[in-house]
Design a protein around this ligand. Structure first.
Ligand SMILES: [Zn+2]
Length: 133
């Protein structure tokens, strides 16, 4: 199976690598939201967060911390946003996590949900549901 994420994670395509170890590669996003926007990809083909091994999960989070430290040291952002889009919201067929240096008024938004289902009124019910699976 051809997977762009696999090719990027294993440097079969040109990438600007910042850090790598046996589990992950971290490289600059080709279309950065801000300078320093970095992607963390596992080297093994994995599509979803839930498919990562425990070691890969730790490697991704360790890398997110390390990349954040590098961005803070080098670029002095106002903050860091880390996000990961799964399922139909992923734009690759390969797990990737974004680490984005952020600046006040940079235009990044967290919009409110368009679904009006009063989820805030069912917090007890939702917590109970999630605790029991
Ligand atoms: Zn892949």
């Amino acid at each position: 199976m051809s997977c762009l994420g696999c090719d990027l994670a294993n440097a079969k395509e040109p990438v600007h690598t910042i850090y790598e170890n046996e589990f992950v590669r971290c490289f600059l996003d080709i279309d950065p939201f801000n300078e320093g926007h970095t992607l963390i990809l596992p080297k093994r083909h994995v599509k979803e967060l839930t498919e990562l091994t425990h070691e890969e999960t730790l490697a991704v989070m360790d890398a997110a911390k390390m990349i954040s430290e590098k961005l803070i040291t080098c670029l002095k952002p106002d903050g860091i946003t880390i996000n990961q889009n799964g399922g139909k919201f992923s734009d690759l067929t390969h797990f990737h996590m974004h680490v984005i240096p952020r600046y006040e008024n940079d235009g990044f938004t967290w919009s409110e949900s368009a679904i009006q289902d009063d989820a805030h009124k069912r917090l007890d019910e939702t917590a109970n549901k999630l605790r029991t699976v």
